[in-house]
Design a protein around this ligand. Sequence first.
Ligand code: URA
Length: 239
Amino acid sequence: MSLNPQQLRYLKLMDIDVYVPRHGVPVAAAIQAAATLPARAVELAAPVLPASEQDTWEELRSAVPACTRCGLHKERTQTVFGVGNPRAQWMIIGEAPGAEEDRQGEPFVGRAGQLLNAMLAAIGLKREEVYIANIMKCRPPQNRDPKPEEAAACAPFLQKQIELVQPRIILALGRIAAQNLLHTDTPIGRMRGQRYEYPDPKVPVVVTYHPAYLLRSPMEKRKAWADLQMAMAILREQA
Ligand code: URA
């Protein structure tokens, strides 16, 4: 596989060693060209959506901050809805807002978000091209795992987001996202490397490690890179 300078740069940012042929693009030069990565998405010109679809997004956007379906509403600073292209091919689904997301109201804006941006860039995607959401719209206190009843209360919001975006591929980040999306308790290490299907609407799902885990276990980044390659291959197959 040949990598362009930008991919080399982001693989380096993911801290994945890249072996470059003697006459290939020097990694250092590619990295030198790097600008700093913004965690927050640059707003894209909004695609023109049919009025009925726009109304449904609006309804959802008002329903989420008003939600009191579980106890997490008492602890939140604000809800974290989701961000990105409402017609994205790629939907990225994480677990729940952390402290920074709860403060800013946008998913994946902390350190894990920076790594997510680098992972996306390594496969040629800008953050604002994809749609990013979480299983949970509210931050669980001390970033504890969401309880099954909390995840169940929140599930209809994500279901509606998936129906509206109609992505061609879903990338599930981490155990909580994968297990809740696919209704399984299989450990994440066993879920990786396979293609799953979100049932309704039918969308292929690829499971990979959560960027927060990758920050703690950088040796696993190679596996995440393989997962991203698999997701790209699935998308190409569908074309
Ligand atoms: N981790 C997640 O799973 N989601 C976020 O939005 C931030 C960190």
